[in-house]
Design a protein around this ligand. Structure first.
Ligand SMILES: [Zn+2]
Length: 302
């Protein structure tokens, strides 16, 4: 039984005749890395298929590999090598899908019988030569759940932190850097939480649903700050709009009066410029009060 092998065939569940890993090579008798998984096909020549959307990078024949095909599957982050094919059914540069027949299993190259040797490696190795490729065990690869659309976008809400997904195939994971659940559709999602992991900011957009943010794929909308209530005014009708020319002149007079009599006032005036408006008016009315007190004193009433 195999976990991922059946994806390479139709109506056929292949068995593993030789797993990925170190083994004694049946041809050379030397211990070496078996850089792929061998799938037995009951000695039959049957079609093997693409895994998903991909591109044929190279096809050919080589003494050990037999008829081979290299395909890149960017959405899986991996490249694949189909070996020992009886015949090749694709051409270099051709786009493939999971319904494309890549070739017919065979026994070309260094083999002991008909089987498909399937190599699996990071897409970044796709243009390297065979000896430089970092082959991995295809059987332990976790395929994304085959759901192309997960999540229901919402609409823009000014009072929520939100993220707009700009592409239709952004990876959705169960955790930052966790398992790929599938791909998310374009649209606006509420941000429930965020984390920084492996150099990315991750946003939680649902229960166990995380996406990585890049400005290329996403657009952030931060909630609008709820405006704070302005501090209560001490004196009624004292807004800026209500300030009449008369009051302004009066204010200047007071300032002049103080500047003439009190040096401290000069500094006070400067500071007041940076103060919020309300504070300024409060100070103004305090001075106005002092001013009247002074007059009243002069007149001998107080
Ligand atoms: Zn093999």
């Amino acid at each position: 039984m195999s976990k991922n092998g059946q994806r390479l065939f139709r109506n056929f569940d292949p068995y593993i005749t030789s797993p990925f890993g170190y083994r004694i090579n049946p041809i050379s008798n030397e211990r070496s890395l078996h850089a792929g998984v061998d799938y037995g096909t009951n000695g039959k020549k049957i079609p093997c298929y693409g895994l998903t959307i991909g591109e044929v990078i190279k096809t050919g024949f080589q003494k050990a590999l037999g008829n081979y095909v290299y395909i890149n599957y960017p959405s899986l982050g991996h490249g694949a090598l189909y070996q020992h094919l009886d015949s090749i059914k694709v051409k270099k540069g051709e786009k493939v899908t999971k319904d494309t027949v890549i070739g017919i299993t065979g026994a070309t190259g260094e083999v002991t019988g008909i089987h498909l040797h399937f190599g699996w490696f990071p897409s970044s190795d796709i243009n390297k030569d065979w000896y430089s490729i970092n082959f991995e065990n295809y059987e332990t690869y976790e395929f994304p759940v085959e759901v192309s659309i997960i999540g229901t976008p919402t609409s823009r809400d000014l009072f929520k932190d939100q993220i707009e997904v700009l592409i239709s195939n952004l990876r959705l994971r169960d955790n930052p850097n966790g398992k790929i659940l599938g791909y998310i559709r374009k649209g606006i999602y509420n941000i429930l939480d965020n984390k920084i992991d492996a150099g990315y900011t991750w946003y939680k957009i649902g229960n166990n649903m995380w996406i990585a943010y890049t400005s290329e794929y996403g657009k952030l909308y931060l909630k609008e700050e709820i405006k704070e209530e302005p501090p209560k005014k001490e004196v009624a009708n004292n807004s800026e709009i209500d300030t009449t020319e008369e009051e302004k002149i009066e204010k200047d007079e007071i300032n002049n009066d103080y500047q003439n009599n009190d040096k401290e006032t000069e500094d006070d005036t400067k500071i007041r410029e940076d103060e919020p408006k309300i504070g300024g008016f409060r100070a103004f009315f305090q001075k106005l009060f002092e001013f009247f007190k002074k007059i009243l004193k002069k007149l001998g009433i107080m």
